[in-house]
Design a protein. Structure first.
Length: 76
């Protein structure tokens, strides 16, 4: 898998209701994949790295929020 393809991963469709609830519980906090094995593509080490996993999770969280807002507006 190339680096470009690695970051084109999950969306709200693959997240379970429980996972969605956990993501929403983080509110608007920055999500960081911290690690001590030196993975600076998916996460951050000592404040350095691309944090692609955190970015994906934050994007999915926004998709969930947008979807819920749309459903709420349709019902009201």
């Amino acid at each position: 898998m190339t680096e470009t393809h690695k970051s084109q991963m999950p969306n709200k469709e693959v997240a379970t209701k429980r996972q969605q609830a956990k993501l929403l519980a983080t509110r608007d906090r920055m999500l960081i994949e911290g690690n001590d094995w030196g993975d600076t593509f998916w996460g951050m080490v000592d404040g350095e790295g691309e944090n692609n996993l955190g970015k994906i999770l934050m994007r999915v969280r926004e998709e969930i929020k947008t979807d819920l807002k749309g459903k709420f507006e349709q019902e009201n």
